[in-house]
Write a protein that binds this ligand. Structure first.
Ligand SMILES: CC(C)(COP(=O)(O)OP(=O)(O)OC[C@H]1O[C@@H](n2cnc3c(N)ncnc32)[C@H](O)[C@@H]1OP(=O)(O)O)[C@@H](O)C(=O)NCCC(=O)NCCS
Length: 198
């Protein structure tokens, strides 16, 4: 077994969609929860890899991808860029669902129409990230190394701090973020905001 972390390559995009789905239910497999398997990747993963590939890193075992970290250096700028370059096509393709449609597919499609929210709680932490590893790759130190890799890339860009949001239904990830040095900076009804200064 040869564990490595490398830069993103465009051929990784299908894999990123796949891992996003397989970890999309608060860290567990969400494949059975969505009619359209691409929805969560369209919102939580692909736009970062496509628009900010230099902040996307791939964990591999024997050259085979097993996980990723991706994000943006500036959430506000990223939200503006997504309005121009990412969401218009998705909004055409996925129309606003009926008000009484409470399916998970409908909830994600509403996010396409909402766009990326810039929450005031995170203004001092301009960058943000998403991290996901397949189950077989968890608990072996990849997560910690991916966070360090992402933080180093931000330091090289003189970014002062970064944040993330994690669902309260994901205690494993919450414990992980606390272990690797994040501080809680916000709390929302369903999630916790963590931040790290660089
Ligand atoms: C959360 C996740 C990224 C952590 O990565 P990982 O490679 O499993 O974590 P590491 O092996 O690097 O662990 C780093 C530290 O966190 C701790 N940790 C990791 N997962 C933990 C868990 N589920 N419960 C408690 N502690 C945990 C480890 O014990 C380790 O502590 P130590 O340094 O004192 O030994 C990974 O498990 C994952 O992708 N999970 C599914 C997707 C997910 O939930 N993503 C986050 C969405 S917000």
């Amino acid at each position: 077994m040869n564990p490595t972390i490398r830069d993103y390559h465009p051929s990784d995009l299908p894999f990123i969609y796949d891992v996003c789905l397989k970890t999309g239910d608060s860290g567990k497999d969400a494949s059975k929860l969505y009619q359209d398997p691409y929805l969560i990747g369209h919102y939580y993963a692909a736009p970062y890899a496509v628009l900010e590939p230099d902040l996307c890193f791939i964990a591999c075992v024997d050259q085979k991808p097993v996980g990723y970290i991706l994000g943006t250096e500036n959430t506000e700028q990223f939200a503006i860029r997504c309005e121009k370059e990412w969401f218009p096509v998705l909004r055409q393709r996925y129309r606003i669902p009926a008000e009484d449609d409470e399916s998970l597919d409908a909830r994600i499609i509403r996010l396409f129409h909402q766009g990326i929210l810039v929450k005031p709680e995170f203004l001092e932490y301009p960058a943000h990230l998403h991290i996901d590893l397949l189950p077989a790759a968890q608990g072996q130190g990849f997560g910690r190394t991916l966070i360090q890799t992402f933080a180093n890339a931000l330091r090289q860009k003189d970014i002062p701090a970064f944040h993330l949001e994690v669902g309260k239904r994901n205690p494993g990830a919450i414990a992980f973020y606390q272990k690797v040095g994040f501080k809680q900076i916000a709390e929302f009804p369903w999630s916790i905001g963590f931040g790290m200064k660089l």
